[in-house]
Design a protein around this ligand. Sequence first.
Ligand SMILES: [Fe+2]
Length: 261
Amino acid sequence: MKKINHKLHVNKIKKQGYTVIKNFLSTTELSLIKKKVKKIEKQKNTVKTGNNIWHLHNYDRIFTKIICKKEVQKILMPLLNDPFYKTINLKLPNYILGESMIIDEKGFMNLHLDSYIPSSSSKLYMANVLFLLDDRTRDNACTILVKKTHRKDSYPDRNKKNYNYLYLEGKKGDLIIYDSRIWHGRCEAKINTPNRTLVYIVQSWFIKQRFDYIHLLPNRIYTKLNNLEKQFLGFCSIPPKDNKKVISLRQGYEVLKNKKN
Ligand SMILES: [Fe+2]
């Protein structure tokens, strides 16, 4: 991996809604991840829909480690950190995971927003982070997007056929990050080559997680995580069960336990 110009990528995401970081993963990291994915795929309890695998971080710590890499943090923090989150050092992330999965699809997917909420605000609150495990091209169903729509205040018109797509192509090991507000989808594959992608939705702490990861994360994984990783999975911003005891929603590492209850 070459030295990353984080500011450049932050600005690209702000201005054009996406960025591509070439050769982000080393060949060793890439083969380790692929090996782990293969193993998880074969397990009986794995949550799958078709070839897609859900909630990777629930099976192996590596899937939290990879998204919590310093090099990723340096890009996501200026975009997603809450500047008023004072119970955690502001030099550390306070954003959380919304969802993690492996996507392995070949069919066309119509334009949509993963943020669900269109907004023209300059403030971003959700990002898609894609680690390419295989090469992805316009021939094997790469992500498509419509330029500049991350600042559009509306949903795509799915009946309109003549959108000018940008084909988000990349090589295995590349990292793609885009603003979840951008209108995106997938083009249909013309060839049958593997195109697996490890996808994370990462969001500001105040956005509701899509699954109850606090509940779903097995204790055997929880005990392996460091404080930063536990916070990332949402353990510092659990909605309080007792509204008399807890009044601060932005909690620090001191609430983290060694074991889950
Ligand atoms: Fe999406």
